[in-house]
Ligand binder design. Structure first.
Ligand SMILES: Nc1ncnc2c1ncn2[C@@H]1O[C@H](COP(=O)(O)OP(=O)(O)O)[C@@H](O)[C@H]1O
Ligand SMILES: [Mg+2]
Length: 355
């Protein structure tokens, strides 16, 4: 079904991904209605309509869904029950399955392995006993993560040999967790693939990502990897999107191991930080492609507009460097309209283009 320009797109979540989607949607003549519990959210600042309510508030969800033409997400952690409820009133894209799978790291990795996509070894952990067993079975350093609601490396704890597991488990305060083997990777890369309701797919060129303390600090595109590896990563991303029947965007984060094996780290059924380079370095931005995919419009081209683009996140007080960034003719600045520059908070990003 085509949702033509002039329609209202509802977005669940009010963060920077929603903000940049709203800006791209406005460019194509759509109006945006943001649904978020947050007051003065980055996305609401640039959108035509906003509902401020909890993700479980049924009367508000109903009123929202009845006032728009299609629903999408910039944030996937909303209760499954709310998603099913919304589906009664309005088409929901990417759809329940994609959201359900990506909300929980255990479910996500199990799902990927079931469709023959490789991941790091992993173990479910709900108690100290299970952590002890998992660490012994894993037999190498691991990383303990919260199964749900983790982002930007939050809720993650490294587990090395002879670690005091009792202390780690207690301090983590986790209830449902996953222990993953710590992958000694050569690189981290990501693929973003768009898929529409007719089943058509198109991948962006790959990005190579650098994380520090679990948070993305920079991406560069195109990734410096072999054509074979690039094709393989894109093939895997398309396979996952097709299996999920996803409509919209799917971001797939990979580890490239020392022997060039691809392991999927995690997936996100929405625009992704590692795709921000496309706003200036690609013929179509991930946000515009997202809108096109959700609304059933033809995809935009994904050729590079620069030889190389480097995206750098502005975390916390990095944002104070804006005057210097604006003086650089090769830099494109994007700020998210957040007032408090808390440590590690994503305040904006810069794309540096090299021709
Ligand atoms: N199993 C792992 N082995 C090695 N590094 C990891 C592993 N899991 C996470 N990391 C590092 O931490 C980063 C953030 O972890 P991720 O699972 O993607 O969580 P988040 O949801 O917070 O992005 C990864 O991009 C990677 O750099
Ligand atoms: Mg990640």
């Amino acid at each position: 079904m085509i949702i033509p320009p002039g329609s209202i797109i509802g977005i669940i979540g009010g963060g920077q991904l929603g903000r940049m989607t709203a800006l791209a949607a406005a460019n194509l003549g759509y109006k945006i209605h943001i649904y978020t519990p947050e007051k003065h959210s980055p996305a609401a600042q640039v959108s035509a309509f906003t509902t401020i309510a909890d993700y479980g508030d049924k009367p508000s969800l109903k009123a929202f869904a009845k006032s728009i033409d299609v629903i999408t997400f910039e944030f996937e952690n909303i209760p499954a029950e709310s998603i099913q409820y919304l589906e009664k009133f309005c088409p929901v894209r990417p759809g329940n399955l994609a959201l359900h799978v990506s909300q929980n790291r255990l479910r996500e990795k199990k799902y990927l392995n079931e469709i023959d996509v490789s991941t790091a070894q992993f173990f479910a952990v709900r108690t100290l006993k299970e952590l002890e067993k998992a660490a012994a079975k894993c037999g190498k350093p691991g990383i303990l993560k919260s199964a749900e609601f983790g982002y930007d490396g939050k809720g993650q704890h490294k587990v090395f040999a002879h670690a005091d597991l009792k202390k780690i488990w207690k301090e983590s305060r986790l209830k449902t967790a996953i222990l993953e083997e710590l992958v000694d990777f050569k690189k981290e890369i990501s693929v973003i693939v768009a898929r529409n309701s007719y089943g058509k797919t198109l991948c962006f060129p790959l990005a190579e990502n650098v994380h520090e303390n679990g948070i993305l600090c920079a991406s560069r595109a195109p990734a410096n990897i072999s054509l074979g590896l690039e094709k393989n990563a894109q093939r895997i991303a398309i396979k996952i999107a097709e299996n999920l029947g996803l409509v919209g965007l799917l971001a797939v984060e990979f580890f490239v191991t020392k022997n060039n094996q691809l392991l999927v780290n995690e997936i996100a059924p929405r625009p992704h930080n590692s795709g921000h380079w496309t706003m200036d370095g690609c013929e179509t931005s991930q946000f515009e492609q997202f809108v096109r995919a959700v609304c059933g419009l033809p995809f935009g081209p994904v050729g590079l507009t620069a030889k190389k683009t480097r995206m750098v996140n502005l975390l916390g007080r990095d944002v104070e460097k804006w005057p210097e960034i604006l003086r650089n003719p090769g830099a494109k600045l994007h700020l998210y309209g957040k007032s408090e520059a808390k440590k590690g908070r994503k305040m904006g990003h810069v794309n540096y283009l090299e021709f």
